[in-house]
Design a protein around this ligand. Structure first.
Ligand SMILES: NC(=O)c1ccc[n+]([C@@H]2O[C@H](COP(=O)([O-])OP(=O)(O)OC[C@H]3O[C@@H](n4cnc5c(N)ncnc54)[C@H](O)[C@@H]3O)[C@@H](O)[C@H]2O)c1
Length: 258
């Protein structure tokens, strides 16, 4: 799109695009997949929870489909990407959403939990990028959105701990570095950094007291909604944001400004 041309309508703008979303069986990933599909995108929901991904695709309907994919498993990812490329011919959009959380003080995350945080939140993105980007480079276009977190800015925070926040800071760095390297190849890379969203990941920790304390610190006085993230994701992967890359955009009701 050139300066001065009219943007395509929001309803139509992703009609010709194919998106692969990781961790899409529930929560933020499922919502983003649903929102992209509403803009006409063909979405492939992937998750280690194969049944959940299949339920999500059935709920979305239309051209949505599901494939089991553990972002820790390089061979499985290569296989999944080949299947998607075989079925649809391309992957225009990669949403690296799969993630796991650790909570509590630094000494309450054991070695196995740290290994899991790194394997899913960081190596998972590495694996998916390495598998998907070559086909984007071949076509000279592509769009990647990573799920970071406001906890990246302070090494943990409201609920996620220092180790979780550290992996999310890595996601911010991946986003900047890949944007620099892939921009000349026609590929944009951005990240979304939500404050706390009420999903299955957070539910065990969101007592009324904790929820109230978090909302009291947020200038807009509420948690993030999944729709806040879906709207931003749809904008980031569409042409209306065509000059935006390398950015991590906080969706936090002003939390990081306090
Ligand atoms: N909920 C929040 O408050 C919040 C805030 C900031 C960032 N985030 C980030 O947003 C993303 C989504 O979070 P959510 O709240 O929807 O979490 P969630 O736990 O509700 O959903 C995560 C999904 O990822 C899947 N998953 C986990 N490990 C996987 C693996 N190895 N391979 C493939 N899929 C895997 C799960 O099966 C699940 O469907 C995560 O990256 C999370 O860190 C969430």
């Amino acid at each position: 799109m050139h300066e001065g041309t009219k943007p395509t309508s929001q309803e139509q703008e992703l009609r010709e695009r194919v998106a692969l979303v990781t961790g899409a069986a529930r929560g933020i990933g499922l919502h983003i997949a649903t929102r992209l599909a509403e803009s006409g995108c063909t979405v492939v929901l992937t998750d280690v929870d194969a049944d959940g991904a299949a339920r999500g695709a059935a709920a979305i309907g239309g051209a949505a489909s599901a494939l089991p994919m553990d972002v820790r498993d390089r061979a499985a990812i290569r296989d999944t990407v080949q299947r998607v490329l075989g079925a649809h011919g391309r992957i225009d959009i990669l949403v690296n959403n799969a993630g796991v959380l650790a909570q509590g003080p630094y000494d309450q995350t054991d070695g196995a939990a740290w290994d899991e945080l790194v394997a899913v939140n960081l190596t998972g993105i590495y694996n998916c990028v390495q598998a998907v980007v070559p086909s984007m480079i071949d076509r000279g276009r592509g769009n990647i959105v990573n799920l970071a977190s406001v906890s990246a800015a302070r090494g943990g925070g409201s609920v996620g701990n220092v180790w979780y926040g550290t992996t999310k800071a890595g996601v911010v760095a991946i986003t900047q570095g890949l944007a620099r390297e892939l921009g000349p190849r026609g590929i944009r890379v951005n990240a979304i950094a939500p404050a706390v969203v009420d999903t299955d990941m957070m539910k065990p920790y969101l007592t009324e007291a904790v929820r109230g304390a978090i909302c009291a610190r947020i200038p807009l006085r509420r948690l993030a909604h999944k729709r806040d993230l879906g709207e931003l994701a749809a904008w980031l992967v569409g042409d209306r944001s065509e000059f935006i890359t390398g950015q991590t955009i906080a969706v936090d009701g002003g939390l990081l400004s306090t």
